[in-house]
Design a protein around this ligand. Sequence first.
Ligand SMILES: [Zn+2]
Length: 68
Amino acid sequence: MIYFKECPKCHGDLYAGEDIHGPYLSCIQCGYLRDQPVEKAKPLFRETFVIDAPKTAKKRPKKVRQTA
Ligand SMILES: [Zn+2]
């Protein structure tokens, strides 16, 4: 897929490709390279990345000390 005149550097044409790092946009004219956000390509991918860590780890024992 080609995005015409989308290059932020030279306003050239961006070519959408994909390698092991994921999807990217590359300028045909100047060689500008930009990674494409994975969320746009795979909307469901975001759901698997919700990290819900247990919050008990941050709980500290309460120490009340009286100094005279
Ligand atoms: Zn360019």
